[in-house]
Design a protein around this ligand. Sequence first.
Ligand SMILES: NC(=O)c1ccc[n+]([C@@H]2O[C@H](COP(=O)([O-])OP(=O)(O)OC[C@H]3O[C@@H](n4cnc5c(N)ncnc54)[C@H](OP(=O)(O)O)[C@@H]3O)[C@@H](O)[C@H]2O)c1
Length: 310
Amino acid sequence: MKTFTLPGTQLTVPNVVLGLMRIQEKTDEEVRTLIKTARDAGISFFDHADVYGSGPHGCEKRFAEAMRLTSSEREQVVLQTKAGIVGDGPYFDFSYEHIIESVDGSLAALGTDYIDILLLHRPDALVEPDEVARAFDELSASGKVRSFGVSNHTPGQIELLRKSVSQPIVANQLQLSVTHAPLVAQGVAANMQALEQSVSRDSGTLDYCRLNDITVQAWSPFQAGFFSGVFLGSPEYPELNAVIDRLAAQYSVPAIAIATAWITRHPAQMQVVLGTTSPERVAGAALGSDLPLTRAEWYELFRAAGYTVP
Ligand SMILES: NC(=O)c1ccc[n+]([C@@H]2O[C@H](COP(=O)([O-])OP(=O)(O)OC[C@H]3O[C@@H](n4cnc5c(N)ncnc54)[C@H](OP(=O)(O)O)[C@@H]3O)[C@@H](O)[C@H]2O)c1
């Protein structure tokens, strides 16, 4: 497993991490097997959110109840969680009160006294950066949160926060898979009037993150679209799967490793946030951590996914 020091932190992190959004209905034994498989593959970084699960902090609780981490086990893993979505709506809330209440709820649910990284989940149209800064300062001073980041944020939204927030923004978690790649694809087609792909949907977020040492974390790395099912093995993507299967045979890895490698091969040094609850798929995806796709192979996958290389 490839690891690196997450810029803005002292943390050594893997470039493939495990999201735990889908573990609510899993038994203790299933959660333990999933986490053990991940740990054995070098995945020591787990992504949560207060809203994952059937009720507030549901998946965080499921994880803690199944794992019952000792304090030394806790120190060996990175626990990231998110605040800012109110599920009962839904709507977004970056107020001081909401952020503090959410973190306290996550600490209790996770059974820990600190969160390694807290992300603001989705941009709140009513954000007041000074309030966010007050919450971050308090959480940082009390030791409840060690580092801060965002998710689904544009450069302008991050700049607005940075005007008030004194801690570095270390991560931006964004939807990215080879079939859902506007982050990457727009730049490839820049300035091409006839191509829909040239339309900027995020104001250059990927370049901004690279310029500012903000690590991009790719969520839904195998979903074709917005929770529309995976592209791997899907009859809707025959050309893409043919290329994936050929490269999988060539590198002697499962197909899921090639889909993972399409993201890890990007020089932005992104983290792939897996969402599978299958230990076998986790182990397979981990094999894509350091798989050196050539430029020709990377672009072939991109074209086969339907993107234009003008
Ligand atoms: N920041 C955000 O706004 C945001 C939004 C969504 C998600 N996330 C994070 O990103 C993580 C990943 O999201 P995701 O679960 O949508 O991503 P994903 O890894 O692309 O999708 C995993 C889902 O696809 C299913 N699946 C079916 N066939 C599969 C195959 N061949 N290979 C892999 N998976 C297959 C999995 O089922 P099985 O479990 O049966 O394998 C699972 O339900 C989440 O856990 C969460 O931590 C963040």
